[in-house]
Design a protein around this ligand. Sequence first.
Ligand code: ADP
Length: 401
Amino acid sequence: MNILVINSGSSSVKYQVLDMADGTVLSGGRLERIGEPESRLTHHWRDAAGARQEITRRDPVPDHAHAFERIATVMRESGSAGQFALDGIGHRVVHGGERFRAPTRIDREVVEALRAISALAPLHNPPNLTGIEVCLRLFPQVPQVAVFDTAFHQTMPVHAFRYAVPESWYRGHQVRRYGFHGTSHAYVARQAAVHLQRPLESLRLITLHLGNGASAAAIEAGRCVDTSMGFTPLEGLMMGTRCGDIDPAILFHLNRETGIDLEDLDYQLNQESGLKGICGVNDMREAQRLAAAGDERARLAIDMYCYRIRKYIGAYYAVLGRLDALVFTAGIGENSPPIRKQSCAGLDRFGIRIDEARNVQACTEVIEIQAEDAAVRVLVVPTNEELEIAHQTRACLMVRA
Ligand code: ADP
């Protein structure tokens, strides 16, 4: 069974075709800077001998409809389209609101329902929806499934997902915590269970997805019971450019003092805060380079980043009552031993202790980094959101078949 996974963002489309027999990537690529004078399409595939081939095209691509046509053309021209038939298409959709608790086969009614909840994620859902509509037109014969970033977190109990604000905000405007990065948290939790050779149902886990965006999840028996992102991906951990938790009264204060408007505040909290707000760069590797060269602001940014992670580990330990494993994933979680070490510092009494030598191993598959006698296993698990979307798409199509 071959599944095409599509992640259609505001100015880019990422895609992969996976052979579900063994999870092999048959072809894939990304088209970036849609709508700009020079868009860039990088497409890769395996040739008849199994060797990896790659091409890059730079031409203007005005919109998503042209983007998908361009991708279909390059697949045809490279010969990678002829090698396989598509059995399904899985679309990443950022926000599923309260209605979409699981991967969902797409039909007209679902498209309308997605349109209705687009206001919950105005930057993300509209391009996701555009991708769906274009693919329904281009591949009318292929069954398509929406896989939601929020769905995994829909198991949170009401006391975890409600905000202590007037009830009318929730009833009338869907204001509640939703959580994001759900496909990644779900994937690494399952991989952790496989690695530990324990049923997921028997495990209590804290998963830390530390990429440009960052979030933590408390997972009991495979079900999310709390997560750090909220109504939007702004809440929770400190991120590359997002602030994470702050006192909302800061906004009123700034508005009164400076007259700054809502749009500008939105921009500053999403694009100019986090690591970037503290030390001027949003990329962790860059922040680490600056800190190593003696930059005090970069040192502070990293200290704040790790301190916030440690606070969430403590909070979710209390939520779970017992912890079997702590799981690091995504760009920073998978690749930065110093961040893992600093985030776990001082947690010995909780049974969390990292072994220096194990922590610096390269991570191409699941590794364990806890000290020999530590009570809590600490794992580094490479995430694979495309594979998880493909799995969920296949599962959804099999149920319907
Ligand atoms: P996205 O959320 O865009 O998918 P990634 O999961 O790729 O992001 O994570 C990007 C982050 O990972 C960047 O801050 C980058 O600096 C960081 N990163 C990647 N490799 C390393 C590394 N070796 N050490 C520290 N940080 C790293």
